[in-house]
Design a protein. Structure first.
Length: 182
């Protein structure tokens, strides 16, 4: 199978279902941003972190592929069976955050991104996740988007924030707190 097809050389690409759209189409922006997020999640997982956190990030990558596939499909024409995103996927993120929060010190200040390289990757991923969420909500205004996808992205951005705090704790790195100048 060749990777290059030359079918996109004129600025159009195909959705699952065959519909041709410009490469700048909002649907393409959505799944492209989810793909960018997935790449950063993979970068975090490649760091020297707890094996449980690595396994969880691998699970998240799988869910992001599911979301990307759903966003890449034309809801009017696609006949392809795409894996479902489940409510339990959202609940897993919530449970993981609850578990991490049990060991984290109470949050008394806003936290600036940073601390160490790995936590900085988490913060970059969190920002990309928020962008993916915003774009997906925008797409939902003009085309069907399963509500579980936007909810999952919302929880995932929260999870990435909490994970950054936990990874700082694991590395014995002080949190980079914001003390406003007044």
């Amino acid at each position: 199978m060749k990777i290059y097809t030359k079918t996109g050389d004129k600025g159009l690409t195909s959705l699952i279902g065959g519909t041709r759209v410009p490469k700048y189409h909002l649907r393409i922006e959505c799944y492209g941003t989810v793909d960018e997020l997935n790449s950063y999640v993979g970068l975090i997982a490649c760091q020297e972190i707890d094996p449980h956190d690595q396994a969880m990030l691998k699970e998240i990558q799988d869910r992001l592929f599911t979301i990307g596939a759903a966003l890449a499909a034309d809801p009017e024409k696609s006949k392809m069976k795409i894996p479902d995103l489940l409510t339990t996927d959202i609940e897993l993120l919530e449970s993981e955050m609850d578990n991490m929060n049990e060991i984290l010190p109470p949050l008394k200040h806003f936290v600036l991104p940073g601390g160490n390289t790995t936590t900085s990757y988490c913060h970059v991923a969190r920002c990309i996740c928020r962008r993916a969420e915003r774009l997906t909500f925008q797409l939902n205004a003009e085309s069907f988007v399963d509500e579980k996808m936007t909810i999952y992205l919302n929880r995932l951005s929260d999870y990435l924030f909490v994970l950054a705090r936990k990874l700082n704790l694991d590395a014995d790195t002080d949190e980079n707190i914001w003390i406003p100048r007044v």
